[in-house]
Design a protein around this ligand. Structure first.
Ligand SMILES: [Ca+2]
Ligand SMILES: [Ca+2]
Ligand SMILES: [Ca+2]
Length: 127
């Protein structure tokens, strides 16, 4: 039986595994280990890099109210600022913003299995 499993067969199976929709649907920069799920670590790093690039205009590593909330003024942004600005200076430092991501991850992880899968995964993480 073992003789029937050729190298071609094995490589076809490997290829199919990589082509599965769940794997293909996520950005490699977001799902860094390529397992089709978003771990807390992947969530924090991807959001941190994205927000720093897009929002930290003066590149000082801190998000001012204007940088964090911006013109969108979404509930997520305004409530996260008031909730996680622990020293009350009106801006979010790196430490403070990491707490925002940890909280947001918990909110998104509906089945509380410690990973984001399927509909739990936010749009920017998808291709
Ligand atoms: Ca992953
Ligand atoms: Ca602060
Ligand atoms: Ca989950």
């Amino acid at each position: 039986m073992k003789k029937l499993i050729s190298g071609t067969f094995v490589s076809t199976i490997t290829m199919l595994a990589f082509m599965a929709p769940a794997y293909a649907a996520l950005k490699p920069a977001a799902d860094t280990d390529g397992n089709g799920k978003i771990s807390l670590e992947e969530f924090v790093i991807f959001n941190g890099e994205k927000d720093q690039l897009q929002r930290d205009k003066n590149k000082d590593g801190v998000f001012s109210t204007e940088e964090w909330v911006g013109k969108s003024a979404s509930d997520y942004r305004t409530s996260s600022l008031s909730r996680f600005d622990s020293n009350g200076d009106g801006s979010l430092s790196i430490d403070e913003v990491v707490n925002v991501y940890i909280w947001a991850f918990g909110e998104r992880d509906k089945n509380k299995d410690g990973e984001l899968t399927g509909g739990e995964i936010p749009k920017p993480f998808k291709k």
